[in-house]
Design a protein around this ligand. Structure first.
Ligand SMILES: [Zn+2]
Length: 137
């Protein structure tokens, strides 16, 4: 109940990368501002600072875009997991989204028709390809 869907490791890693990206971005912007200030005194230092700033901005933007692309790809790749609940007495079948803690032969809520306790009979991943394979757990 109330547990996050993402695994803690993934969330921690991506937020760590995000932190690094924002620090890099902040440093790069600082370098750019310093470069503008240094232009009157030393053009070479200003040039280097500007180069470092641009590289930093480009790198952090690139990493951010990569992370967003990976996240959206993950959403497409991982299909929903379905749980099938069946009533052994009257044969009533109910399908719902997989919930944490579901397992086959687990007794769940009573049947809507005959009030007999129902049971999980199948858990599978929905595959929207031609070959609709049902991998039972
Ligand atoms: Zn029933």
């Amino acid at each position: 109940m109330g547990e996050p869907k993402n695994t803690p490791t993934t969330t921690r890693v991506s937020s760590f990368i995000l932190m690094i990206v924002f620090v890099t971005l902040a440093l790069s912007l600082t370098a750019l501002i310093l470069a503008l200030n240094a232009f009157d005194n030393n053009e070479i230092i200003a040039g280097y600072l500007m180069l470092a700033g641009f590289i930093g901005v480009a790198l952090s933007t690139y990493v951010l875009f990569q992370m967003r692309r990976r996240a959206s790809r993950l959403n497409i790749v991982v299909p929903p997991v379905t749980t099938v609940i069946e009533c052994k007495k009257c044969g009533f079948k109910s399908v719902r989204e997989f919930q944490r803690g579901d397992y086959i032969f687990k007794g769940v809520e009573p049947c809507q028709k005959c009030n007999e306790k129902m049971m999980i009979t199948a858990i599978y991943r929905e595959v929207k390809d031609k070959e609709k394979e049902r991998s039972r757990f």
